[in-house]
Design a protein around this ligand. Structure first.
Ligand code: MG
Length: 250
């Protein structure tokens, strides 16, 4: 069932989203060679709790941390660790959210650690841009496939692939709600977009094949071919005035 949010609900939810965005920004600023992914995770958790919110990934289906931190060929769901030390040249995908007054925010970004290659930078830029291409299509009267298709076209035109096995989703009083928001598809297809829908749009883009596999830890998703992957995500509300990005840091 797709839950439409009232203006009052969107107002509360936007607070959860701002906290999520601020925590993500904080982590992004702390990414540098020598830092461990567990240190980044603690920073995010402390920040979210300092705002009176709760890290909503922690214990979600047993996930042990506040943030998913996935490096280079890791796509999503990397588990922060004291043993995982960032080095210059890494690209670091961070996905996290906050639960505040009953509503969830969810966002992700890939950050450069030190000096990264031009090809890594191009992948990150294309993934970020593909997210905005998708958001632009998040309009009342359209369909989910409009978002999916815009992302897929942008990504594939640049020679990259979109992950199929994991998709975006509705978000609200639950972290994951209907509908699914795939990053591939056909415009004009899928469920109708209505004012009050809140969607986590999140392209995961691989430099090589879209095939992924899961590590024996049960969480970390990797590209099957070992190629780099990037991930950007915003929580977006569909309003009568057009798409509204809710996960903004200020
Ligand atoms: Mg999400």
């Amino acid at each position: 069932m797709i839950v439409l949010k009232t203006a009052r609900e969107l107002k509360v939810m936007s607070e959860a989203c701002v906290i999520s965005a601020q925590a993500l920004k904080l982590i992004g600023e702390a990414v540098e060679p020598g830092v461990t992914t567990a240190e980044l995770d603690r920073l995010a958790e402390q920040f979210i709790r300092s705002k009176g919110a709760v890290p909503n990934f922690k214990n979600y289906n047993g996930f042990p941390a506040t943030a998913c931190i996935s490096i280079n060929n890791e796509v999503i769901h990397g588990i922060p660790s004291d043993k995982r030390v960032l080095k210059s040249g890494d690209i670091v995908s961070v996905d996290l959210g906050a639960l505040f007054e009953g509503y969830h925010g969810d966002n992700a970004a890939t950050f450069a650690c030190g000096d990264i290659s031009d090809e890594a930078k191009r992948l990150m830029d294309a993934t970020r841009e593909s997210l905005y291409e998708g958001i632009r299509m998040a309009r009342a009267g359209g369909r989910i496939g409009d978002i999916s298709s815009a992302i897929q076209k942008y990504v594939e035109a640049r020679g990259y692939s979109v992950v199929r096995q994991f998709v975006g989703h509705g978000v609200g009083t639950s972290l994951h709600e209907a509908p699914e928001v795939p990053n591939y598809g056909v415009s004009g297809r899928g469920c109708r977009l209505l004012p009050g829908m809140t969607l986590a749009i999140e392209p995961m883009v691989n430099m090589g094949s879209y095939d992924v596999k899961v590590l024996p830890d049960g969480w970390t998703v990797l590209t099957s071919d070992g190629a780099l992957s990037a991930h950007f995500e915003h929580t977006v509300a569909i309003t009568a005035e057009g798409p509204r990005i809710m996960t903004v840091a200020s």
